[in-house]
Design a protein around this ligand. Structure first.
Ligand code: SF4
Ligand code: SF4
Length: 56
């Protein structure tokens, strides 16, 4: 299991700063989660203004 960021992402970058395991990076059109690094903590979903990250 890992979190995934939906197309609602507005690329604000808040989740990348909040992720304790550096699992989030800026992609071409939105931010993306590296499933190998995600530890399912939910911090990204807590800080996202548009609720784009969700558990898969
Ligand atoms: Fe990072 Fe936690 Fe979000 Fe996974 S759930 S991407 S570890 S902030
Ligand atoms: Fe996208 Fe939400 Fe992350 Fe901002 S906090 S970059 S809107 S997923």
């Amino acid at each position: 299991m890992a979190y995934k960021i939906s197309s609602d992402c507005i690329s604000c970058g808040a989740c990348a700063d909040a992720c304790p395991n550096d699992a989030i990076s800026e992609g071409d059109s939105l931010y993306v989660v590296d499933p190998e690094k995600c530890i399912d903590c939910g911090a990204c979903a807590d800080v996202c203004p548009v609720s784009a990250p969700a558990a898969e």
